[in-house]
Design a protein around this ligand. Structure first.
Ligand SMILES: *[C@@H]1O[C@H](CO)[C@@H](O)[C@H](O)[C@H]1NC(C)=O
Ligand SMILES: *[C@@H]1O[C@H](CO)[C@@H](O)[C@H](O)[C@H]1NC(C)=O
Ligand SMILES: *[C@@H]1O[C@H](CO)[C@@H](O)[C@H](O)[C@H]1NC(C)=O
Ligand SMILES: *[C@@H]1O[C@H](CO)[C@@H](O)[C@H](O)[C@H]1NC(C)=O
Ligand SMILES: *[C@@H]1O[C@H](CO)[C@@H](O)[C@H](O)[C@H]1NC(C)=O
Length: 505
C-alpha cells in the first residue's frame, strides 16, 4: 500500500519531484504510528439503540399507506389564529414526562458535579437534563445516544457557567475519504471546519492497507532534507515520526497495514487540499518536465489523469537496505533523524496512572511539537492545569473521560470524551481530564512547545505565600499542609459514584 500525496500549497510552492508513494507536508506534522490499535478496547458507555416512541408533534405513528394521493396540501384560512377554535388548555398533547428516571448522582448537589452514567435511562423517556435542583424533564423528540455519550452537555455540572466554544470533536462524525481499490485505506480529519476553536492544530486519522511482508503493524518512513541527506526507518505501534515543513517523505504500510494519527500545526489544514504528485506533473508543460527530469517526453504518457490519494501499490521489500538510497550528502540518523521509537520508552508510573513525554529535549528534529501519552486509572484525574504558551490538542485512544475548560474571567463548560474523540483547549485555559469510566483512559496531549510543560493548580497554591491563599480562598492551615509542593501530574480518585453521591447527601 502506498500513499501518493503531496500536501496543500498553503504556504509556498516547493520544487519537489515526487513519484508514487511520496508525500510532503507544507506544515510540520507529527505522526504517531499505530497508536490507534490501543484504542480498540471498547469505551464506556456502550449503547444500545433505543428511541422516542409515541406521538411526536401531534402525529401518531404508524402512518397509513395510500394507493393514490388524497387530501389538500394546504389547510383552510379558517385555521388562522383568532378565527380557528382554540385547543383545550389541558388534556391535549401533553408535555408531561411521566415517571422520569433519574440515574445515580442526578439528585446530588449540582455543584458536586458527579459524572452521570445515563446508560440505565432507557425508552420511553430516556435521560433527563436534571441535576440537583436544576433543569427539568425533556419530552423530546430526541435521540438518546447523543445524551448518553455527552451527559455533561445534557445535564451540566452546576459549576459550568457562561459560554465556552466547543472543545470536542468525535472523529466518528468526520467524513471519510476512501482510498482507491479494495481495502486500500481511508482518511478522516478534524480541522477548523468542524471545530472552529481549534485554530492552531488539526488532526487526521489514516488507515493504510497491509502488504504481505515480515514486519507487523509497521510503517516504512523515508525522507530527504534540503542538503540531499536521506533517511529511512521502520516504525511500529506507539512510535512517532515528525516532518518539518516542506520535508518530502514517503510512507509505506508493511505487512498488517497500519492506522496512524497525524497532527498538523495549522487548524485550517485539510487533507482535501493535498498537493498531489500527479497533479504537479500535469500542471506544467511536458516539455519542462522532460527537461527537468532529463527524460523523454514519451515517459510522461503514463501519468494518471485522475488524482491518486490512497491506493494499492507494490509491496515494500522486508529488507530496508533494498530501499536505502543515499547520495553524496549521506544519511540522517540520531538527532537529525525523523523518527523516535516512543513505544520503547518506559512510562513514568505514579499513583493513579502513568505518563511518558516526548518533546525536542529527546527528539530535537520535532522543533515545536511536544506530546504526553497519559494513562488514567478509573476515578483518577489528570490534575487541573494549563499550558502557558500553547493550545492543547488531545486525542482519546481508550476509555471514557471528561474535561472542564475554564475560560477566564468566569466561563466554564464540561465535555465528555470516548475513544476516537479530539479535544482542544486554548492556551492558558484551565482544564483537567477525569476518568469517568470503568477501564483505563489512554489519551495523548499535544502542544506546540519546545518542552512539554504545564502549570499545576495545586502546586501553584502550595508554593504561594500561605497568608495570600488563606485570605483568598479561606483554606485552613490543615488543608494547606496537605497540598503537595511537587507536581504529581495525576491524582488518584474514587471511581464509585454511589459512594460519592452518598457523601454529598
Ligand atoms: C478485498 O480484499 C479482501 C482482503 O484481501 C478480500 O478478502 C476480498 O475478497 C476482496 N474483495 C474484493 C471485492 O475484491
Ligand atoms: C484559517 O482560516 C481563517 C478563515 O479563512 C483565517 O481567518 C485564518 O487566518 C486562517 N488561519 C491560518 C493559520 O491560516
Ligand atoms: C542507509 O545507508 C547509509 C549509508 O550506507 C547508512 O549510513 C544508514 O545506516 C543506512 N540506513 C539503514 C536504515 O540501514
Ligand atoms: C510502569 O508500569 C508498567 C505497567 O504496569 C510496567 O510495565 C513498567 O515496568 C513500569 N515502569 C517503571 C519505570 O516502573
Ligand atoms: C460503592 O459505594 C457504595 C456506598 O458506599 C457501596 O455500597 C458499594 O458496595 C460500592 N461499590 C463498589 C463496586 O465498591
Amino acid at each position: 500500500m502506498n500513499l501518493n500525496k503531496l500536501q496543500p500549497s498553503l504556504l509556498h510552492h516547493l520544487p519537489i519531484v515526487i513519484v508514487t508513494s511520496l508525500k510532503m507536508y507544507f506544515r510540520a506534522t507529527l505522526l504517531t504510528a499505530g497508536l490507534l490499535p490501543l484504542g480498540n478496547a471498547l469505551p464506556r458507555p456502550q449503547l444500545t439503540y433505543d428511541e422516542n416512541t409515541g406521538p411526536v408533534g401531534g402525529v401518531d405513528p404508524p402512518f397509513p399507506t395510500f394507493t393514490a394521493a388524497v387530501g389538500d396540501l394546504r389547510g383552510s384560512t379558517d385555521l388562522q389564529g383568532g378565527i380557528a377554535s382554540r385547543p383545550p388548555t389541558s388534556g391535549g398533547d401533553s408535555a408531561v414526562v411521566p415517571d422520569p428516571e433519574l440515574v445515580n448522582g442526578q439528585e446530588a448537589d449540582a455543584d458536586l458535579g458527579l459524572y452521570l452514567d445515563f446508560n440505565s435511562a432507557t425508552a420511553p423517556n430516556g435521560p433527563q437534563p436534571i441535576r440537583g435542583g436544576l433543569g427539568g424533564t425533556d419530552p423530546g423528540p430526541r435521540t438518546f445516544e447523543y445524551e448518553k455519550l455527552n451527559p455533561d452537555l445534557f445535564a451540566p455540572p452546576g459549576t459550568d457557567s457562561g459560554d465556552v466554544p466547543n472543545a470536542m470533536w468525535p472523529l466518528g462524525l468526520s467524513h471519510n475519504r476512501a482510498g482507491i481499490g479494495n481495502e486500500s485505506g481511508w482518511a478522516r480529519q478534524q480541522n477548523t471546519a468542524v471545530l472552529p476553536a481549534a485554530t492552531e492544530m488539526a488532526g487526521v486519522d489514516m488507515r493504510l492497507a497491509p502488504q504481505a511482508l515480515v514486519l507487523k503493524g509497521s510503517v516504512r518512513v523515508a525522507a530527504m532534507n534540503e542538503d540531499g541527506a536521506s533517511f529511512i526507518d521502520d516504525v511500529t505501534a506507539g512510535d512517532v515520526w515528525f516532518f518539518p515543513p516542506g520535508i518530502p517523505h514517503s510512507l509505506q504500510a508493511l505487512d498488517e497495514g497500519c492506522e496512524f494519527l497525524l497532527v498538523f500545526d495549522d487548524g485550517n489544514f485539510s487533507e482535501e487540499d493535498t498537493f498531489l504528485a500527479t497533479e504537479m506533473l500535469l500542471r506544467s508543460p511536458k516539455e519542462v518536465w522532460a527537461k527537468d527530469l532529463e527524460i523523454d517526453v514519451s515517459a510522461l504518457d503514463n501519468i494518471p489523469q485522475d488524482q491518486k490519494y490512497i491506493f494499492n501499490g507494490t509491496p515494500a521489500p522486508a529488507d530496508i537496505e533494498k530501499q536505502n538510497i543515499t547520495g553524496s550528502a549521506g544519511a540522517l540518523s540520531g538527532p537529525t533523524g525523523y523518527t523516535y521509537h516512543w513505544s520503547q520508552q518506559e512510562f513514568h508510573n505514579t499513583t493513579g496512572g502513568s505518563v511518558k513525554i516526548l518533546d525536542p529535549v529527546t527528539f530535537p528534529i520535532a522543533d515545536m511539537f511536544s506530546a504526553a501519552l497519559v494513562v488514567l486509572e478509573p476515578g483518577a484525574l489528570r490534575e487541573v492545569h494549563w499550558h502557558t504558551t500553547s493550545d492543547e490538542w488531545s486525542y482519546f485512544l481508550q476509555g471514557s473521560a471528561r474535561i472542564t475548560v475554564f475560560k477566564a474571567p468566569e466561563s466554564s463548560r464540561t465535555f465528555d470524551f470516548t475513544a476516537g474523540d479530539v479535544g482542544y483547549i486554548p492556551q492558558a485555559q484551565g482544564h483537567y481530564v477525569e476518568n469517568t469510566g470503568t477501564e483505563d483512559v489512554i489519551f495523548l496531549e499535544v502542544l506546540q512547545a519546545k518542552k512539554f510543560g504545564d502549570i499545576s493548580a495545586s502546586q501553584w497554591l502550595a508554593l504561594t505565600p500561605r497568608q495570600v491563599v488563606k485570605d483568598t480562598l479561606g483554606f485552613s492551615d490543615d488543608i494547606l499542609d496537605k497540598l503537595p509542593k511537587d507536581k504529581t501530574l495525576i491524582k488518584p480518585g474514587n471511581a464509585n459514584l454511589t459512594a460519592l453521591a452518598g457523601e454529598s447527601s
